[in-house]
Design a protein around this ligand. Structure first.
Ligand SMILES: C[S@@+](CC[C@H](N)C(=O)[O-])C[C@H]1O[C@@H](n2cnc3c(N)ncnc32)[C@H](O)[C@@H]1O
Length: 274
């Protein structure tokens, strides 16, 4: 499989890389690696659209100055790049995410993720926010939907927290396959995964997890709502502070009530109940 790598050199890396990632998320870029002086973004060659990218770049150029370069890479290069850079992530005192080549960690929730090209290792603020919120919820015996499952990390945690059944769905074939592999690495073979989008959702759920992006959440939120049972909960993330108002208004207009709003750097999580 071929990928396109976009490398950014940024003056204020921590602050500006969030804005770059949020914008690229909207045009189907799917994974990111922080570098010494900026951020690298990756997209499958078949989804790469130069016109859309130019549009985003000119938007960003209005906001701040940066340098960038584009190159084609293969999957093996991405994997070795990632392996060199991946350190275990501590989500909280009970939970660590690590790769299979790291030593086993002595904690209650030791999650093994080999992400390959998929998003979701706990390094990103949104995954971190979602997982932390999940620790404050009751998953015992619940039916859980993880939309945009990426590496499957949230689906895996939901099962470890006691869900009865968890279904993970991702629109990207690589993520779908990677989620299945990661579930097996964690001996959680009962989690179901589907390749698809909101149209693949059948039935109703007690908890919906959707860490995707602003545009998908705004367009699919009414369908997530329909898949929620009475009193069920939904966690939304993948958007920046500027988008909170719009997403909150849309959720409340559907009849959802806000339980909590958290943020980390510029990234946000909204937790609602039906
Ligand atoms: C920000 S990542 C989140 C991954 C993981 N759930 C986590 O929390 O780390 C978003 C994922 O949503 C997927 N995605 C994008 N649009 C989607 C859609 N319309 N329906 C389902 N999945 C989608 C992407 O392929 C990507 O894997």
């Amino acid at each position: 499989m071929k990928y396109v790598e976009l490398s950014f050199v940024l003056s204020e890396k921590d602050y500006l890389s969030d804005i770059v990632v949020a914008k690229l998320n909207e045009i189907e870029f799917e994974s990111y690696i922080e570098t010494e002086d900026g951020v690298n973004a990756y997209i499958q060659e078949k989804f790469y659209n130069k016109e859309k990218l130019n549009f985003v770049l000119s938007d960003l150029q209005k906001l701040f100055k940066f340098e960038y370069s584009v190159k084609d890479i293969n999957q093996e290069n991405w994997n070795s790049n990632w392996e060199e850079n991946f350190e275990p992530v501590e989500i909280n005192e009970q939970c660590v995410i690590r790769a299979h080549f790291h030593e086993k960690v002595d904690c209650k929730f030791d999650i093994i993720i080999t992400p390959k090209m998929s998003f979701g290792t706990g390094h990103h603020e949104t995954t971190f926010l979602m997982m932390n919120e999940m620790f404050d919820m009751n998953f015992k015996g619940k039916l859980v939907l993880d939309m945009g499952c990426g590496t499957g990390v949230l689906a895996i945690l939901s099962k470890m927290l006691g869900s009865k059944d968890t279904l993970g769905i991702d629109i990207d074939e690589w993520s779908y396959k990677n989620s299945k592999e990661n579930a097996v690495l964690n001996n959680l073979n009962s989690i179901k995964f589907l390749l698809g989008d909101i149209n693949s959702v059948k039935g109703s759920f007690d908890i919906v997890l959707a860490n995707i992006n602003r545009n998908v959440i705004l367009s699919d939120l009414d369908r997530y709502y329909q898949s929620m049972k009475e009193n069920s909960e939904i966690l939304l993330s993948g958007f920046l502070s500027d988008d909170v108002k719009l997403i909150r208004e849309k959720a409340e207009s559907l009849g959802l009530s806000l339980v909590s709003h958290k943020n980390k750097n510029k990234w946000n999580l909204l937790h609602f109940i039906k």
